[in-house]
Design a protein around this ligand. Structure first.
Ligand code: NAD
Ligand code: 6OD
Length: 566
């Protein structure tokens, strides 16, 4: 029997289905404070037979009707009772760690879940389980069988599309329109793509003939790296996790994933999908926690972890590199960016504005590929500023679940403080703020969230910190240029080197400019248009190595060359 939806508050859908339920709520009268509530009797009234960690759902259904929970002064008490506990996934079982921390919804600052943090012992257990799995049935699985499992995982994500969607939206605050178009579909697509690739990839072979008449056949065999630590950030949690997990599994590795402490939910759901897809115990593990002195550090310093693949800030990459150096672990790093967009006067104006608006503001500017520096040919500089200002002011900052919302909050209160400090710094450095520069006011629960205004700056010298440092918010600085050479020089004047976009109707120029940019990817008349077979990564502070297609397989496997004398 499913839990039926309360006609008053609509609570009771989706994950509440495990509760036996009744239509609506029995009237409860004379109740003025939480202390008067007997939660167990309430559970009984609602026919809830679930284990205690989840039972609060029923209570929450009641309280949602009874009180306006967003304003309820004892809301934190409710939240402690009703929120889910996200657990680590070790050796095919969900396990509680030593401490707990809160998972916050950035749209209104509410607690979505409690997360149980993996300590050193639990990370040791995960590594040991992964090592055992590496030597067990997993190592005997044929490539077609591994590929079949990856397809099954992709289907498993799709079968629970709405749960992944809701979890990702609640954790990140990103709009449903975005997460349903990009994040969750890419979660499944990553597995399908690497299943396709691993099934069809061949090896190298050479027939060798020496001067003294010996003949041999050389051919390569692809072997897993072993136990791989996968550490990912909060901006595209499922997309970036599966982007690494899929090829690592395709190559036969065992994995310990450490999602960002800000966005632990979809990694936990992925563990459920792995379990139901029949991935053997120990092959995929999830440890929750932070970086320093927590699961992240325990994983990267672990002597029995064979490789680390990481996406996140450049500074964190440097710390992880030092940690990995002690046991000479291979690393693959996708790091920060301070990406340029170069707009020529001959561009298709409307397409460019649409593309630029995405490049600057998508995901509230929290995509490593976002353009924070926009260089515009002087003759159209004022027009571009005016049009981009209109785009920025038309963005709809809203509740993430609302279909019309284009722009959600930033990920956290700390990150908002950082972005706002750059808005302030820009003014101190002499910038003119074309639009934005502060925080919006809503007059509802979103005022407790972490929203900032989409912002356009101009007038800064190229040496300004706001032009040099990654801000990672919905903000760009626009500057004019007079010649192609000047635009290229300015775009390249950065320690980063992740991505760029070039906007021009002259494709010859598009090719030429792209060839001269020191980045891992250049888009011409588009942005974030992905083909998962292509190399992805950055130069300079933006990373080490490339992933995508064969590049991922080359990182996640060791080649063994076999030479047979004929
Ligand atoms: P972050 O570096 O703070 O954290 C990323 C992950 O590393 C988290 O899981 C965190 O817990 C972990 N971590 C932090 N310190 C650690 C340590 N000492 N040892 C081990 N693990 C540690 O990054 P973030 O704030 O989550 O993400 C935003 C950053 O990520 C931005 O700089 C952005 O540009 C970058 N990013 C880059 C790409 C890319 O593909 N190049 C993609 C997405 C995000
Ligand atoms: O699309 C991808 O594969 C990818 N790695 C995107 C990274 C986006 C950064 O925020």
């Amino acid at each position: 029997m499913g839990f039926e939806v309360c006609p008053d508050c609509a609570v009771g859908q989706g994950s509440h289905r495990t509760h036996a339920g009744r239509q609506g709520h029995p009237p409860v009268t004379g109740l003025s404070s939480l202390n008067e509530l007997d939660f167990n009797s309430l559970k009984e009234i609602y026919g809830c037979s679930c284990p205690s960690d989840d039972c609060g759902i029923v209570v929450f259904a009641f309280l949602s009707c009874r009180f306006n929970t967003a304003r309820f002064p004892e809301r934190h008490l409710i939240e402690r009772l009703v929120v889910k506990l996200l657990q680590n996934y070790i050796n095919g079982r969900f396990a509680k760690g030593e401490r707990e921390f809160a998972d916050i919804n950035p749209a209104d600052g509410s607690v979505i879940a409690r997360v149980t943090e993996a300590g050193q012992t639990m990370v040791d257990e995960a590594v040991a389980a992964a090592r055992r799995a590496l030597e067990g049935e997993w190592s005997r699985l044929t490539v077609p069988a591994r590929a079949a499992l990856l397809y099954k995982i992709a289907c498993g994500i799709e079968a629970r599309f709405d749960e992944f969607l809701q979890a990702e939206i609640a954790d990140t605050g990103k709009p449903v329109s975005l997460a349903s178009r990009i994040d969750v579909p890419r979660g499944a697509a990553n597995f399908r793509t690497f299943a396709d690739i691993i099934k069809t990839v061949g090896g190298e072979s050479f027939r060798t003939e020496t001067q003294d008449g010996v003949t041999a056949l050389n051919y390569t065999q692809r072997k897993p790296l072993g136990v791989v630590g996968v550490i990912t950030p909060w901006n595209l949690p499922l997309l970036l996790l599966t982007w690494k997990v899929a090829p690592a599994l395709a190559c036969g590795n065992c994995i310990i994933a450490k999602p960002s402490e800000e966005t632990p939910a979809t990694a936990t759901l992925l563990a459920e999908v792995m379990e139901s897809s029949g991935v053997p115990a120990g092959v995929f593990n999830v440890v929750h926690g932070f970086g320093p002195d927590s699961a992240g550090e325990f994983l990267t310093t672990h002597p029995d972890v064979d490789a680390v693949t990481f996406t996140g800030e450049s500074r964190t990459g440097a710390t992880i590199m030092r940690a990995a150096a002690a046991s000479v672990k291979p690393v693959s790093f996708e790091l920060g960016g301070k990406n340029a967009a170069i707009v020529f006067a001959d561009c298709d104006f409307d397409d460019t504005i649409k593309g630029l608006s995405d490049a600057v503001f998508l995901n509230t500017g929290q995509v490593c590929l976002c353009a924070e520096r926009v260089y515009v040919e002087r003759s159209i500089f004022d027009r571009i500023i005016a049009a981009l200002k209109r785009e920025a002011e038309n963005l709809r900052l809203g509740w993430p679940t609302h279909p019309g919302t284009t722009t959600g909050p930033l990920i956290s209160s700390d990150h908002r403080a950082k972005v706002l400090s750059y808005y302030q710094l820009a003014r101190e450095e002499g910038a003119m703020t074309i639009t934005g520069g502060g925080t919006p006011e809503f007059g509802d629960g979103r005022d407790n969230g972490f929203y900032v205004q989409p912002t356009i700056l101009t007038g800064l010298p190229e040496s300004a910190r706001c032009v040099k440092e990654e801000i990672f918010g919905p903000v760009c600085h626009i500057a004019p240029f007079d010649t192609e050479e000047e635009a290229i020089a300015k775009a390249n004047d950065t320690e980063y080197g992740l991505a760029a976009s070039v906007w021009t109707s002259n494709l010859k120029r598009g090719h030429r400019v792209a060839a001269n940019l020191r980045v891992g990817i250049t888009w011409v008349n588009c942005w974030f248009l992905r083909d998962l077979r292509t190399p992805f990564g950055g130069a300079g502070l933006s990373g080490i190595g490339r992933e995508g297609g064969m590049h991922s397989l080359n990182f996640y496997s060791e080649l063994n060359n076999i030479c047979v004398r004929l």
